[in-house]
Write a protein that binds this ligand. Structure first.
Ligand SMILES: [Zn+2]
Length: 170
């Protein structure tokens, strides 16, 4: 089986501490991996990361741009968009659960890090446009000032707090 494109050989970084290596890649989500939720799924990943050896660790930082597709929460038409995710993560030979990622002898697998970042940053309920009338304009008024918008968000989940950091490229 071919090695995942998301597995990076870090041998050169281990030889020269402080050396940085740029990792740029544009790929669809790995085979068999659904990145996202049942509703909103990642369709393409654009990675622009800097990998750096720091002692026994590898630090990955940079930008992941995720293209996604999902139904508009009002009219249910599919819409697409993209989210930018800035990250800085540490890879260690003995990773701390939920904090750092596994550093194998000569490589790091970026997939678990990407998977987590994408899941935390995809929109839960996209809108095709701010003034989408939806299937039923009387229930989903477009003039928010006249009547409060119906609460169609899912209940608060602290994991989605990172949503406030998302920027959309429209
Ligand atoms: Zn819509």
């Amino acid at each position: 089986m071919a090695k995942s494109a998301l597995v990076v050989d870090i041998t050169p970084l281990k030889r020269q501490p402080g050396k940085q290596s740029r990792f740029e890649l544009s790929v669809p989500p790995p085979d068999g991996v659904v990145l996202g939720t049942a509703e909103v799924r990642a369709t393409q990943l654009h990675l622009d990361l800097q990998l750096e050896g720091a002692g026994e660790e590898i630090i990955a930082q940079g930008l992941i741009t995720v293209d996604w597709i999902g139904p508009c929460r009002r009219c249910l038409e599919d819409r697409d968009g993209s989210s930018n995710i800035r990250l800085r993560e540490v890879f260690q030979t003995r990773p701390i659960e939920g904090e750092t990622y596994l550093l194998a002898e000569n490589e790091v697998d970026l997939e678990p890090m990407i998977r987590e970042a994408v899941l935390l940053n995809l929109p839960i309920a996209p809108l095709c446009s701010e003034d989408c009338a939806g299937p039923d304009p009387s229930r989903f008024p477009t003039t928010v000032a006249v009547e409060p918008e119906p609460d169609v968000e899912s209940p608060g989940d602290p994991r989605w707090a990172a949503l406030s950091e998302i920027t959309f490229d429209n």
